[in-house]
Design a protein around this ligand. Sequence first.
Ligand code: NAI
Length: 255
Amino acid sequence: MACIGRLDDKVALVTGASSGIGAGTAILFSQLGARVIITGRNEENLKKTAEQCSQDSKYKPVLLIGDLTKEEDTQRIVDEAIAAAGRLDILVNNAGIYYPSSIETSSLERFDKIINTNVRSVYHITMLCVPHLLKTKGNIVNVSSVAGQRALPNNLIYCMSKGALDQLTRCVALDLAPKQVRVNSVNPGLIDTNILRRAGMSEEESAKSMEQGKELHALGRVGEVSEVASTIAFLASDNASFITGNTVAVDGCFR
Ligand code: NAI
């Protein structure tokens, strides 16, 4: 873990930390010395993440429950995070949803749901956190996707949402660079989490998609949460001090 870079005493807000990549990131950040503030909608699952964060940390994580597509929840989460920790060094915009969609099969309702979650809520929480990150010369890591960088079949709205997120990464990085705030993203390939089951797939369908997904990656497998979390931790650490505006593929050479 030494080459990832320590995060000792850094205050990190991780969204969507009740499962998958967000939970893995919060736990790794805690092991690296950070004081984590974890948000999610499911209190029970968030408590499970918190327990694991506490195991290897001198800090007790701060738990904040809320739906990031609700403006009042997002405002409250940022206010309570600052009230609890007094500062913010790192924002990890991980919360996101996936649904398949094409121009022929999708609805405006689905468009709004994906864009509101994957783009608008990220824009909102970033806007609220930036004044605090300016004070600490902190940094942001967005969790994007290979879908942000290329067209994928039956993935129209998700691809659009992650493409927008990549532009947010690059544009905010450029605007905040003179103020020494860094902004990067990780762009994972298929990672073994619950994301497909949340999109309505059965256990069986999700497992089948993960199996089929292996051949999309030159390494011949899907990725693990820990492989994304360690890249997020590196980008958030001082070891990445000259890296900003970057979209970093964590995708086993997706093709
Ligand atoms: P996941 O479904 O386990 O985690 C998503 C998290 O976001 C959950 O904790 C969920 O509660 C939270 N979330 C969703 N909508 C929210 C809302 N309105 N308010 C608050 N929290 C909300 O899935 P996973 O895979 O860990 O996804 C994390 C991120 O990684 C997402 O942004 C996803 O698009 C991205 N990603 C995932 C890939 C994969 O294959 N698993 C590949 C590429 C990117």
